[in-house]
Ligand binder design. Structure first.
Ligand SMILES: Nc1ncnc2c1ncn2[C@@H]1O[C@H](COP(=O)(O)OP(=O)(O)OP(=O)(O)O)[C@@H](O)[C@H]1O
Length: 588
């Protein structure tokens, strides 16, 4: 469908095709309910078309124009009203169930796809946008799929039926209304798509508000203590104003068509009345016929406005469709790649690895080293020198901009992601707690772990005292929010998660930064035991944490300035590492 703004509309080819997979899936999972709707809707259309005809016969019987039993007609009329109530209830229930099923099926697909995205995907997605897509967009699509096609078909049938009934009453009524309906449809084609850019702008603003509210509630305490409440309120007002402006533009663009239909409909009713009176005076139409013609003239507005609003909903849903489609088409993290050969230990090779976040500056610049199998590498360097990024690259959390990373001789990028996750354990600086028990948070909801093994992992990670203090032990409930664990306990739980797995490669990012010196000492021994026989990288500002490492990598502004055995680096008094040790610890 052409559109003056050059935007795609519900009717154009690109988006029509885009709808197909959604509708196919919708029809597949809702076959029975759709068949029921396909049966009920034409019955309801027939009922609506019959009602003015019954009233016509009743009036003509009552005014003596046609000899017929008025009592029987009244009975038929009430039967139609009752049938109308029954079908309306059934239609509402079936449609609601359809929308619910389709929305949830779509939501499930999106959540599955999102959970398999690369980390860079989450960096790129605007805050709030994902929530908006999972929640609002799927609801819109589910609702549109549940009633769009059938309702459009039913309303078109009703509009055609009304024009046919008018022809049946008197060809002159039909001749009057046919151009009216045609004009309406022509206007409908012109208007479709006009509201689309405004609706898109409105959705973007809504997503921004969701993102901002999420950010503010998460950082409420910092904002309050930092005295930023006024700033937040001002920002909220700015966003609210923007939402009002975009919403108003979308509403204004969307209201034009129904308003035009209403206005034309009033004109057509007046014309039908004038034609009816004229025909009656000439003796060509009974009072009942004039009444029926007026009823149909009033009724035709309903299917036309319904068609208009359905098309408008479809337009709004085109925006949702594009966003959901973009999400579903975003390829998931690499699957089906090569399996990791053997069981390890593996060597880990960085070969001329360069990395930048998006269009930003280089965070790692031409970094090369080979960590032999079963050895532990300690990474040191100033804040912001790229240590955590190096760990993320080794986990394939982010991919190198240039260069290659190999594990056991295999390109990390070509490996099946699940195989990689099984072989490599990554312990990040912070922990994400999920609403659930301590057991859930330790096993990440994986069933089948023996309690004794879980308790041993917690004890090994230094969480024995915490476990003993919790009334329900492993079944104690932890909150995803701030009532979970202390930052240090979170770090220890992170380690316990890693201890539970049997990875060939271990990547530890500041594993003990938030832990008191006494506990850290115990933990260091546990980490040493854990890393034995595995290939490991430990990032730490504390030299003590790097006591047992076999190799040291010194990063400066993203460049590997030193790499080698600690003893060899220390032997060179001019080495950066020797300087750090002389200072007591790597610079923070
Ligand atoms: N998600 C990100 N998006 C954009 N830039 C980032 C991102 N994460 C880190 N950076 C930038 O990359 C650079 C290196 O960060 P990285 O976290 O790797 O340093 P680091 O050496 O581990 O620092 P620290 O010692 O503070 O943990 C920093 O300048 C940082 O601003």
């Amino acid at each position: 469908m052409d559109n003056p703004d050059g935007h795609e509309t519900f009717g154009n080819n690109a988006d029509s095709h885009a709808w197909l997979p959604f509708f196919r899936n919708h029809f597949r999972i809702n076959r029975g309910r759709i068949a029921l709707l396909a049966l009920l809707l034409p019955l309801d259309v027939a009922r609506q078309l019959l009602t003015p005809e019954i009233l016509r016969r009743f009036i003509d019987a009552a005014t003596g124009h046609v000899p017929q039993s008025a009592g029987r007609l009244v009975a038929v009329y009430f039967a139609l009203v009752a049938a109308g109530l029954g079908t309306a209830t059934l239609l509402t229930n079936v449609s609601a169930k359809l929308a619910w099923t389709s929305t949830n099926a779509l939501r499930d697909r999106i959540v599955r796809n999102i959970l398999h995205q690369r980390a860079s995907f989450f960096h790129d997605a605007a805050p709030g946008e994902l929530v908006d897509r999972i929640d609002n967009d799927t609801t819109r699509l589910g609702s549109i799929m549940s009633n769009l096609l059938l309702d459009l078909a039913a309303q078109t049938l009703l509009a055609v039926g009304i024009v046919a009934a008018l022809f049946h009453l008197d060809w002159r009524f039909g001749a009057l209304f046919l151009p009216f309906a045609a004009t309406m449809l022509a206007l409908l084609r012109r208007q479709a798509g006009r509201a689309l850019p405004h609706i898109e702008a409105q959705r973007r603003t809504e997503a921004r508000i969701l993102g901002a509210v999420d950010e503010w509630t998460t950082g409420a305490e910092d904002l309050r203590t930092g005295g930023a409440v006024t700033h937040v309120r001002r920002a909220l007002w700015d966003l609210a104003r923007l939402e009002y402006r975009t919403g108003r533009a979308a509403a204004a663009a969307g209201v034009r068509w129904p308003a035009t239909v209403q206005a034309l409909s009033v004109v057509s009713i007046l014309l039908a009345l004038a034609l009816g009176i004229w025909l009656h005076h000439r003796g060509s139409a009974t009072v009942g016929t004039v009444f029926a013609a007026l009823s149909y003239a009033t009724l035709i507005r309903f299917p036309l406005t319904q068609i208009a609003s359905r098309i408008q909903e479809a337009q709004a849903a085109v925006v949702s469709l594009r966003r959901v489609r973009a999400l579903l088409e975003n390829p998931p993290d690499h699957r089906g790649g090569a399996e990791l050969a053997g069981t390890g230990p593996y060597d880990l090779v960085f070969e001329h690895v360069t990395f930048a976040y998006g269009d930003g500056p280089r965070v790692l610049d031409d970094v090369s080293f080979r960590l032999p199998p079963g050895k532990t590498l300690g990474v040191v360097g100033r804040t912001g020198s790229g240590k955590s990024t190096l760990i993320k690259l080794a986990f394939h959390h982010v991919a190198p901009t240039a260069g290659q990373i190999r594990i056991g001789g295999q390109d990390l990028h070509a490996l099946d992601r699940r195989a990689l996750r099984r072989a490599v354990a990554y312990v990040p600086q912070g922990i994400t707690l999920f609403t659930g028990t301590l057991r859930d948070n330790l096993t990440l909801f994986a069933p089948g772990h023996d309690d004794a093994v879980l308790v041993a992992a917690l004890r090994e990670a230094g969480l024995g005292p915490l476990l003993e203090s919790l009334p329900d032990g492993l079944d104690s409930h932890l909150d995803a929010g701030r009532n979970g664990l202390s930052v240090g306990e979170g770090q220890m739980l992170n380690l316990a998660r890693a201890f539970l797995t049997e990875p060939a490669v271990v990547l530890l990012d500041e594993p003990s930064a938030q832990i008191d010196p006494h506990t850290e000492q115990t933990l260091r021994e546990a980490l040493h035991r854990f890393a034995r026989g595995r290939t490991a990288i430990i990032v730490s500002h504390r030299l003590a944490a790097l006591h047992h490492v076999d190799r040291i990598l010194v990063l400066e502004n993203g460049r590997a300035v030193e790499y080698g055995e600690p003893a060899r680096l220390l032997a060179d008094a001019d080495s950066v590492f020797a300087g750090l040790v002389a200072q007591g610890q790597p610079p923070a």
